[in-house]
Design a protein around this ligand. Structure first.
Ligand SMILES: [Zn+2]
Length: 109
C-alpha cells in the first residue's frame, strides 16, 4: 500500500500537477519524487491513479544552457554560410545546391 497522501480527482491541492499537466506547462518532474496521488473512481474497476509532482520543483522540458545555445547558434551559422562566397546567406544552404542560390545561379569566377 502506498503511504502517499491521496486526493480525490480535481481536489488536489494547489501547486501540484500530474506529469501530463506539467508537460502542458512546458515542465517535467525533473527527478523529484512523487508527492501525492489522485484517484479517479471508475465503475467496476479499481480507481485510476495519477501521480502528482510539485510544480515549484519541476524543471523546464529542455533546459538550454548558454554553452548549448552558443553551440546551436554556431551550427546554424555554419549551415547558413555559403562555402563558395563565404557569405551568410540568411537561410540554410540547401544540401542539393551545396551553395547559396546566387552562387548556384551564377558561380563566382
Ligand atoms: Zn554563395
Amino acid at each position: 500500500m502506498s503511504t502517499l497522501p491521496t486526493y480525490r480527482w480535481r481536489l488536489a491541492p494547489e501547486g501540484l500537477a500530474t506529469r501530463r499537466q506539467l508537460r502542458a506547462l512546458g515542465l517535467r518532474p525533473g527527478g523529484q519524487d512523487v508527492v501525492a496521488e489522485v484517484h479517479r473512481p471508475r465503475r467496476r474497476r479499481g480507481p485510476l491513479v495519477a501521480y502528482l509532482y510539485r510544480i515549484d520543483r519541476a524543471k523546464p522540458v529542455r533546459p538550454m544552457s548558454p554553452g548549448r545555445a552558443a553551440a546551436l547558434a554556431k551550427a546554424m551559422a555554419a549551415r547558413r554560410t555559403c562555402p563558395a562566397c563565404r557569405r551568410d546567406a540568411g537561410y540554410c544552404i540547401p544540401r542539393s545546391l551545396g551553395m547559396c542560390v546566387p552562387c548556384a545561379d551564377c558561380p563566382p569566377s
